[in-house]
Design a protein around this ligand. Sequence first.
Ligand SMILES: CC(=O)N[C@H]1[C@@H](OP(=O)(O)OP(=O)(O)OC[C@H]2O[C@@H](n3ccc(=O)[nH]c3=O)[C@H](O)[C@@H]2O)O[C@H](CO)[C@@H](O)[C@@H]1O[C@H](C)C(=O)N[C@@H](C)C(=O)N[C@H](CCC(=O)O)C(=O)O
Ligand SMILES: Nc1ncnc2c1ncn2[C@@H]1O[C@H](COP(=O)(O)OP(=O)(O)OP(=O)(O)O)[C@@H](O)[C@H]1O
Ligand SMILES: N[C@H](CCC[C@H](N)C(=O)O)C(=O)O
Ligand SMILES: [Mg+2]
Length: 484
Amino acid sequence: MKLTELIKNLTPLKINGKSDIGINKIEYDSRKVTQNDVFVAIRGYKTDGHKYIEQAVKNGAAAVIAEEHTENIKACEIIVDNTRRALSLAAATYYGEPAKKMKLIGVTGTNGKTTTTYLVKSVLEFTGHKVGLIGTNQNMIGNKVIPTEHTTPESLELQKLFADMVSEGAEYCIMEVSSHSLCLDRVYGIPFYIGAFTNLTQDHLDFHKTMDEYAKAKSILFTMCERAVVNADDDYVKTIIGNADCKIVKYGIDKKCDICAKNIKYNQRGVLFEVDTPFGNENIRLDIPGRFSVYNALCAIGICQGTGIGISDIAKALVLAKGVKGRAEVVNIPTDYTVMIDYAHTPDGLENIIKTVKGFAKGRVITVFGCGGDRDSAKRPKMGKIAGDLSDFCVVTSDNPRTEDPEAILKDILEGMKDVKADFTAICDRTDAIEYAMRHAKANDVIILAGKGHETYQILKDKTIHYDEREIVRDILAKINSEA
Ligand SMILES: CC(=O)N[C@H]1[C@@H](OP(=O)(O)OP(=O)(O)OC[C@H]2O[C@@H](n3ccc(=O)[nH]c3=O)[C@H](O)[C@@H]2O)O[C@H](CO)[C@@H](O)[C@@H]1O[C@H](C)C(=O)N[C@@H](C)C(=O)N[C@H](CCC(=O)O)C(=O)O
Ligand SMILES: Nc1ncnc2c1ncn2[C@@H]1O[C@H](COP(=O)(O)OP(=O)(O)OP(=O)(O)O)[C@@H](O)[C@H]1O
Ligand SMILES: N[C@H](CCC[C@H](N)C(=O)O)C(=O)O
Ligand SMILES: [Mg+2]
């Protein structure tokens, strides 16, 4: 591709050097640059990509997109005011504007994004469509799984993924849009057909600092879509759609809205309810338990109706929809107590899953949980308080301590547990903590292993180790049985 073509949608402040040259590919990491690439220099949180311009040119960069001029540079220099945005726009051009060739649906919110995207994928597939999915657990094109490290990938990888989806015939792409991705312009310039909002509760304040800033970040999605589907019961909904200039469809249980659930029945297996929509009413059954599952189903219904699918097909597809790995997932073991793996890692998520299990457990609810290192530390005592007040017993433990001291994270959690109702203990090693819970479980108890969900790793200071709670639970059970 010609550099002039690649930058056609940018508004350069200055171009230094010859831009009528052939280029190979785009890179934003100087270490990956090879002959005739375009290097995009990004000012990051850990370092500044402008420091690596010289290295990128040495590695063969024919052009550099940057926010400032470099003296004596031996490559064409495109100066722009925002390189993250330039990266997103140039990547879209490089891959042939793939987002415009599919109907793109973005889901944002603190909790429920992954679950909702899977529900939407199931409904779209039930009605015969080929669907791409992007999110926390994995990316998918139809049934093909593509591993991922981020909930929402960097723009360059995102545009490549869109292009792969288009070339494999996907008509829709349903994706999670994290607040980080909105702030860091990973989705800049992308035309969303539908944007959806699940809810906003505390998380990621290490990054956003305040809830208002966090809400503002989420609201960006609703300036980029043709249609919005939003949770009317959420306290932040006004901020979220404050700048929206599109059709807005509201869903909820408590407030009067376009799509509402009534006569809700909860059981251990899932939820049953009636839904009223502008396009008809229907009975809905979803085999994922909890009030939050009603919200996720309503959000999915709003999105799918926006694509023109009838409510009766949506209802039929939701009955068949399977749960998502690591979300209220019951481990299949022959014990008289239950072990459930769940991804609750925020105060609200933890409260929801414990209350849900409390609603059906015939025995006690034992919660094993921790909090991630290098993440919002203000949520730690709050999660301690919630788990301690709502469970019958808690084991506080580690969940991806990353660069932090695991014991110090436990201490932060325990700060919130000074006068909680439940008994609790703290065991830093997660496997020992799970073993403790399993050895103390009685008939009909439910052990919730919260926080790791689908993850099959534990991130420690110096390394990431394989860590799959399904395997851990089975190994512990074998050990306990061998002692009998
Ligand atoms: C805060 C954050 O999101 N940071 C992301 C960001 O890093 P950054 O811009 O600060 O990059 P940096 O490390 O300072 O480097 C600056 C630039 O110099 C370049 N560089 C660096 C070294 C070198 O030798 N040469 C070079 O060119 C880097 O490639 C980069 O372009 O851009 C990087 C590249 O895309 C991301 O990998 C990185 O994600 C970090 C690792 C991260 O942990 N992000 C998490 C918090 C995140 O994004 N989470 C959300 C939500 C999760 C959820 O709730 O589900 C997600 O969407 O996954
Ligand atoms: N609508 C909801 N409201 C509140 N809590 C929810 C909701 N849906 C799911 N949860 C709880 O939050 C956990 C995470 O759900 P899910 O993975 O769907 O959210 P997410 O928004 O994708 O999270 P992440 O930000 O990590 O990607 C679940 O395991 C469950 O305990
Ligand atoms: N994807 C989210 C949740 C991770 C959940 C938990 N396992 C943790 O590590 O904190 C994040 O990176 O903040
Ligand atoms: Mg997710």
